[in-house]
Design a protein around this ligand. Sequence first.
Ligand code: ZN
Length: 199
Amino acid sequence: MVPEIIHQCIKRIARIPGIGQRHASRIVFFLLRARTHVTNPLIQDLERLCALSSCTSCLFPCEPHETNLCAICRDPQRDPHTIIIVEKETDLLTIEKAKIGQGTYYILGGLVNPVQPDPEHYLNLQPLLTRIAKDPRIKKEVIFALSPTAAGNLTATYIERKLRPYPVQCTRLGRGLPNGGDVEFTDEETMSAAFMNRK
Ligand SMILES: [Zn+2]
């Protein structure tokens, strides 16, 4: 009775983190009802979204640009030798909102999974290592702004080990972030204190 494409859309939307089957089916029937005001414009927006490229330096999404660098990495006021490592784009936005320092970022796109061996297969560190290896006479600071969870700590330790051959000072956010908490949902004051107390 239900057209196949509706099932298909529900299945796809249910893959979005935080959205289950029931929520997905409500979204799909809403999209069907709201074709003019929501769905058709959304289709065009999604096409533009898919056309975005990634900053070659920090991997944040950016408009295709001749340098392929995002606005932060192109900003001459930013210190390219201070690299704040985050798990995801929304963590970067939270840190930017707290207006901490003038460093640049690197987005991992995930964390080390303790049950999945060989993180080199799913954690893209090559652009980071290229950045670190550039200008070897300049000492870099790498700040791990990862959520204080088991996976976050494991990831920081793994990357620290990879960076050992380079002139890098590694620090982690200090106390303040609640254990098991999430960088994304940390308020500005707590985030600012965690950066000040990094060690
Ligand atoms: Zn960038």
